[in-house]
Design a protein around this ligand. Structure first.
Ligand code: ZN
Length: 321
């Protein structure tokens, strides 16, 4: 089957390798916005295709996640596989590439089947931060001109480390590097980030339906779940969140490599303002989530503002955190 359909087409379904076994007809592989899909996973590209893609859209996505308990109803790889799937769809639309997902980061719950590489609330990352820095440097050395780091794992420290590193790399490397959790792009469709609850579970029900089993959930409280009751999750909600995130990522992936220095500076200024707020909101008292209290209202339009390059509006939103 694979040979008859052509290798590139076969390998490039939205869900990537996980669904290879279940793809059986050409019809299943077509989507409304694209009839001919291309391979966007960097690890499956040859030099010629990489060069062609870079000439067209020199942006690269870096999905982040970890291995962590996500309730009895979800697989433990949720964070990375979800971020990867979103990046793949965005890269398909934008015509750019996706670096392999990175498993491991800051924090993780004290639950079974969880790899905690660095302490949950430590912003003093010794592993993730230098790893991301070197990844960014190598991506630039290889010819990429914009980087989008999308983390599907989002303890507060993980979010801060990712965004702060992106800001610093934007300045040091002279190209736009965005480092954000995926939910920040979908706050206006009422997803403010959760853990294995309604939001993440809905996303998984849309992106990888076979991985979710809601029937395993008993009555609340659900072990190792934080947020709205996951029994209210649906593929429909997951689709809306996915569409919102992917459309914004695709717009950014097309635009970012074309930004001039002035626009780059405005972007970095806005992102740095957000990092500064997240770092300083607790005033050294250790409440690392202090800047998240009203994120659902203050940062509601962040995704839209970012895609529209309304960086001054982002700064105004951050002031309300
Ligand atoms: Zn998660």
């Amino acid at each position: 089957m694979a040979r008859r359909l052509g290798r590139r087409k076969f390998l490039s379904t939205a869900m990537g390798a996980t669904l290879l076994g279940s793809v059986s007809t050409a019809k299943e592989m077509s989507t409304p916005d694209s009839t001919e899909k291309r391979e966007v996973r960097l690890e499956f590209l040859r030099p010629k295709e990489i060069k062609q893609t870079q000439a067209e859209c020199p942006t690269i996505f870096q999905p982040l996640g970890t291995i962590e308990w996500h309730g009895v109803h979800n697989v433990v790889g949720v964070d990375a596989v979800k971020a990867h799937a979103l990046c793949l769809q965005a890269a398909q639309r934008a015509g750019c590439v996706v670096s392999p997902p990175l498993y491991g980061g800051v924090g993780g719950l004290s639950e079974p089947h969880t790899f905690i590489m660095e302490p949950e609330n430590s912003i003093f990352s010794n592993l993730l931060r230098p790893w991301l820095e070197q990844l960014c440097r190598e991506m630039v050395r290889d010819g990429f001109r914009a980087i989008i780091i999308l983390t599907g794992h989002y303890g507060a420290a993980q979010q801060i480390v990712v965004r702060e590193t992106a800001v610093r790399m934007s300045r040091a490397l002279g190209i736009p590097v965005l480092g954000t959790p995926e939910y920040m792009l979908a706050i206006d469709v009422n997803y403010t980030g959760d853990h294995a609850a309604w939001g993440e579970t809905s996303l998984m029900m849309h992106l990888y339906p076979d991985t979710v089993d809601l029937s395993r959930l008993g009555k609340p409280p659900h072990q190792g779940v934080g947020g709205r009751d996951p029994r209210e999750s649906s593929a429909k909600d997951g689709k809306l969140i996915t569409e919102t995130i992917v459309s914004r990522l695709a717009i950014l992936a097309r635009k970012m490599p074309k930004w001039d220095n002035k626009k780059l500076d405005r972007f970095v200024d806005a992102e740095a303002t957000l990092v500064a707020k997240q770092l300083s909101a607790s005033r050294g008292k250790g409440n690392i989530w202090a800047a998240w209290r009203n994120i659902g209202t203050a940062m509601r339009d962040y995704g839209k503002q970012l895609a529209e390059e309304s960086f001054e509006e982002i700064k105004a939103s951050v002031a309300k955190l």
